[in-house]
Design a protein around this ligand. Structure first.
Ligand SMILES: [Zn+2]
Length: 249
């Protein structure tokens, strides 16, 4: 290979590590556009790490090391097949940088420190917290049937799970406030215990000891379900999107 040809080739993993891929938007869930419009198999071509929800808000999803898990009403994680359908997900290719170790810290303080350490409140980034949680509180929304209700109507239909002294991984995405609606402004975090005994959408946590890693993105790829008839015809102008997201998340 000539020198000039080599200079033009950037390793694929370098380029991809800067990209956050999002299928659907959170705003779509507000009026109940909950049909699965992509699959786990498709998502895994865009990343090996991610979070999301299934069709009809079927569980809380977490993708780690290329394996997709669903935490449903039992609170226990199950591995998903490639044809499982999804209305909303964030995925990316993991290339996390070690940030620091934290001990005895609650979720709110932890999230604040992570943003501080990144110094990037206007940037999308992912964070992984691996360690022992002395307390973890998660939820999984209960799967809905079509015709689908609004996000507000299902907000009280969720199973809650509590864990103590759990070893596991919390994966979160931070979205800048100007993207509220497309995503949840601030952190959206899901959890999976190492033994898969508990997981879900994180409501509260106390980290006993853990390693914090983060990955900053400079590019958001926003993929929309343009062939979905309900999405195409829905009028979002009367949906109270910001209010509904604040209530539900
Ligand atoms: Zn969630």
């Amino acid at each position: 290979m000539t020198k000039s040809a080599a200079a033009n080739i950037r390793p694929i993993h370098d380029r991809d590590a800067n990209v956050l891929y999002q299928h659907g938007t959170l705003a779509q869930l507000v009026p109940g556009l909950l049909e699965g419009t992509t699959t786990i198999g498709e998502l895994l071509t865009h990343g090996d790490t991610g979070i999301g929800t299934g069709e009809g808000l079927d569980g809380e999803l977490i993708i780690l090391d290329g394996v997709a898990y669903k935490i449903g009403q039992s609170g226990v994680a199950e591995i998903l097949p490639d044809d499982f359908t999804v209305p909303f997900a964030n995925v990316h290719r993991a290339a996390f940088q070690y940030q620091c170790e934290r001990n005895d810290i609650g979720l709110e303080d932890l999230n604040e420190k992570i943003v501080e350490a990144n110094g990037r409140a206007n940037t999308f980034f992912a964070v992984i917290v691996r360690g022992t949680f002395s307390f973890i509180k998660t939820r999984a929304v209960i799967k809905q049937q079509a015709p689908y209700p609004t996000l507000e109507e299902v907000a009280d239909q969720q199973a809650m799970f509590l864990g103590h002294d759990v070893k596991g991984t919390m994966l979160g995405y931070f979205s800048p406030i100007m993207f509220n609606g497309a995503a949840v402004a601030g952190f959206h975090e899901h959890f999976l215990a190492d033994d898969r005994s508990i997981g879900g959408h994180v409501l509260d946590a106390v980290l006993e000891r853990g390693d914090i890693l983060s990955q900053v993105f400079d590019t958001l790829v926003q993929h929309l379900p343009v062939d979905n008839p309900e999405y195409r015809s829905h009028d979002f102008s009367n949906d109270q999107i910001a209010e509904a997201i604040a209530k539900a998340e």
